[in-house]
Write a protein that binds this ligand. Structure first.
Ligand code: FES
Ligand SMILES: [Fe+2]
Length: 337
């Protein structure tokens, strides 16, 4: 354990010392470093990347044999796991439109609850499942017909020996608001002081941010790591630990359009470590998973609020800036002087 220059007790593997005067933005407060034009530029580059038509549906372990209704891209789907893998198909029966998630699965076929039509994973006229992919952590569906299709989803590398946890929550925003949130690391210590004790930008490149982050473990105890943020597709942002404890671990944030102004945030934490106890931790994965997911959810409750605020401002749902003459008085608000 050692005390660093910020007075934090660092318990992790020591990282190379930094010269604070040589860092980008040295000595400037975070609100000056968080340049909206830079974030917008980084976002534009991310949004130009291909995604192959794939969107994340949910955690692999949450796609089970029981059919379930899901809203994705403004349409209703039935999702279940057949012996051949996950199936994502329109939720309306091709006969008379019954809700198929209310049916049951028999011999790998979905049986319609109204008149018993049997629908297999290959589909039939008027009812076709879409291509799916299960990467072991997440289930994907190739739903976007307006993108150049790829055979598989575009993924950043993940560690092989790992413990994974996945959260899914919905927010009133669009995928770009989720990506924009992740391209603003400067909010970390201010907006999430319970998790981030210190955060320094080491390299500011619109395609890849490199940061040194002190995560709070408990009270004044912190673990310091170097990590990168990059967007492998227009709907994903990946944080990769590149130095320090847990190097190789990733946190993938995926934004799936649910409907107009509604987005599902699916975040997979895939943690690894070369420490001796990690093999034991992997065996205890079912116990660790809720802990990983609780931490991720706490952060995303706040980040979803950030993304929703950005969405509300850019769509004009909330007016920002000075009121027109007299509007403040008419509304009973006090003008700022
Ligand atoms: S509505 Fe499904 S079989 Fe008739
Ligand atoms: Fe955040």
């Amino acid at each position: 354990m050692r005390r660093d220059d910020d007075g934090l007790l660092q318990v992790g593997r020591p990282l190379p010392a930094l010269d604070p005067t040589a860092l980008p933005g040295a000595g400037r407060p975070d609100w000056k470093q968080a340049d909206p034009a830079f974030i917008e530029r980084a976002l534009e580059r991310a949004l130009a990347r291909e995604a192959g038509g794939w969107v994340v549906v949910d955690a692999s372990e949450r796609v089970g044999e029981a059919p379930r209704k899901m809203q994705l891209l403004g349409r209703e789907w039935v999702v279940w796991r057949s012996p051949r893998g996950p199936v994502v198909a329109p939720n309306a029966c091709p006969h008379m439109g019954a809700e198929l998630h209310e049916g049951h699965v028999e011999d790998g076929c979905l049986v319609c609850p109204w008149h018993g039509l049997r629908l297999g994973p290959r589909g039939r006229a008027g009812w076709r499942p879409v291509p799916t992919w299960d990467d072991g952590v997440l289930v994907w569906a190739r739903l976007r017909e307006d993108e150049r299709p790829t055979d598989r989803p575009i993924l950043a590398p993940r560690p092989r020996a790992s413990v994974a946890g996945v959260i899914r929550m919905e927010a009133r925003c669009e995928p770009e608001d989720v990506v924009a949130n992740r391209l603003d690391p400067w909010h970390g210590t201010h907006f999430h002081p319970h998790t981030f004790a210190a955060l320094r930008l080491l390299d500011v490149d619109p395609d890849r941010l490199l940061l040194r982050v002190s995560y709070r473990v408990a009270g004044p105890l912190c673990v310091e790591v170097d990590c990168t943020f990059h967007a492998p597709t227009r709907r994903s942002i990946v944080m990769t630990i590149v130095d320090g404890d847990g190097a190789g671990s990733v946190v993938e944030t995926h934004a799936t359009p649910v409907g107009p102004g509604r987005t599902a945030i699916v975040e997979a934490t895939v943690a690894t470590s070369d420490r001796r106890g990690f093999a034991l931790a992997r065996r205890a994965a079912p116990l660790l998973r809720p802990f990983i997911e609780r931490r991720a959810r706490r952060l995303w409750v706040e980040d979803a609020a950030y993304a929703e605020r950005r969405y509300a401002l850019r769509t004009g749902e909330v007016a920002a800036g000075p009121a027109e003459d007299g509007a403040a008085e008419r509304d009973g608000r006090r003008a700022l002087t």
